[in-house]
Design a protein around this ligand. Structure first.
Ligand SMILES: Cc1ncc(COP(=O)(O)O)c(C=O)c1O
Length: 408
């Protein structure tokens, strides 16, 4: 087959890819779950590995010609274990949601009790939400946050665990800005005869970069996405002890997936290799420094923050002092190139499609080289965008900042 590039083969898709690149380049991403992976990760995602079937695991495949695939998967696994100090890793899950379902089904049966953080408290759909398969398969109940502090109320978790006796207690979420007491959650889970699963989809990069405490070795199962703070390709991963890896492996394949995405596994290996370098720890540290700077600047501008601040890469902003909904604030920012998302706050009086809050994160800005001073300026731009002041000046300055910080 003669090599032709995408622009010749399919101009329509080529232009869409280019448009997305331009959109990312000329705007500032403050979505906490997004990041910009390296060009090495992108290049690997576009490699010939995408063509290869490799059902099974290294050394035990259902297809011939998997020698290279075996090497790729072994390399990714070994780097994952080194990066997180884990005994065992499964690098095949196609996404965080797939990783979670596979991890649950490694240790639970349909109908078993599951306890996780409520969606409106910052939990994830895959923690037993009624319309997610995890909510349909398991007898799921949820814990919330303390109304006053916005923090996990461990006494409530304990009480719910004692009455439900979950087989799996899941900790972690999509918009929780504070550290989680993994030891306490483990005690609660084990105290009722269950297991602890830590879903570190969001802070995985901060844990790999050693800036916040790790649940590896504390939780029985650790699941994550590889594309958020960890800055790899879109995908998932499960870590566990040697005692559980056989069950985890058969739950991922043949339990929940067919052929692994070898191109994505290779790109995970590249991202883990990048995360093992000292520069990654500088990046992870700066993500948190930037989030704190963003939070302090917003407090100074009269906003409130759920829990009063952050220990991680994300903040939940309470917009009620400004009298504007999350939906409206999101739209005003988006129009000027500040890409953010609306978010529920604890006991939000508005519905989920409107909300009274915003979720902001600093991974993508940090990857583009933003430091505290520029992040403080971003807080001012957000404030001016939300209040509708000097719209054209804000738009121009956002563009200027974006152009001064190219995508990797
Ligand atoms: C806590 C948590 N778990 C799981 C996931 C699911 O990841 P994915 O979108 O790759 O399925 C997310 C994604 O936002 C998440 O925040």
């Amino acid at each position: 087959m003669k090599q032709k590039n995408l622009s010749q083969v399919d101009p329509a898709v080529f232009h869409l890819c280019k448009e997305e690149e331009d959109r990312q380049a000329r705007t500032l991403t403050l979505i906490a779950s997004e990041n910009h992976c390296s060009s090495a990760v992108r290049e690997t995602m576009a490699s010939f590995l995408t063509d290869k079937y490799a059902e099974g695991y290294p050394g035990r495949r259902y297809y011939g010609g998997c020698e290279v695939g075996d090497e790729v998967e072994r390399l990714a696994r070994n780097r994952a274990k080194e990066l997180f100090g884990a005994e065992a890793a499964n690098v095949q899950p196609h996404s965080g949601t797939q990783a979670n379902l596979a991890a649950y089904l490694a240790v639970m049966n349909a109908g078993d009790p599951l306890l996780g953080m409520a969606l409106n408290a910052g939990g994830h759909l895959s923690h037993g939400f009624a319309r997610n398969h995890t909510g349909m398969l398991f007898r799921a109940e949820h814990y919330g946050l303390d109304d006053e502090t916005g923090l996990i109320n461990y006494d409530e978790v304990q009480a719910k665990a004692e009455s439900l006796r979950p087989k799996v207690l899941v900790g972690g979420g999509s918009s929780y800005p504070r550290l989680i007491d993994w030891e306490r959650l483990r005690k609660i889970a084990h105290g009722v005869g269950g297991l602890l699963m830590a879903d570190i989809a969001h802070p995985a990069g901060l844990i790999a970069g050693k800036v916040i405490p790790s649940p590896v070795g504390v939780a029985d199962l650790v699941t994550m996405t590889t594309h958020k703070t960890l800055r790899g390709p879109r995908g998932g991963m499960i870590l566990c002890g040697k005692d559980l890896i056989k069950k985890v492996n058969s739950s991922v394949f043949p339990g929940g997936q067919g052929g692994p995405f070898l191109h994505a596994i290779a790109a995970k290996a590249v991202a883990f290799g990048e995360a093992l370098r000292p520069e990654f720890q500088d990046y992870a540290r700066q993500v948190v420094v930037n989030a704190k700077a963003l939070g302090d600047a917003l407090l100074g501008l009269g906003y409130e923050l759920v829990t009063g601040g952050t220990d991680t890469h994300l903040l939940t902003v309470d917009l009620r002092p400004k009298g504007i909904s999350g939906k409206e604030a999101e739209a005003r920012c988006l129009e000027l190139g500040l890409v953010i998302n609306k978010n529920l706050i604890p006991k939000d009086p508005r519905p989920a499609m409107e909300t009274s809050g915003l979720r902001l994160g600093t991974p993508a800005l940090t990857t583009r080289g933003f430091k505290e001073e520029e992040v403080r300026e971003v807080a001012e731009l957000l404030d001016r965008a939300i209040s509708g002041k000097d719209r054209e000046a804000v738009r121009a300055r956002v563009r200027e900042l974006a152009e001064a910080h190219p995508l990797p």
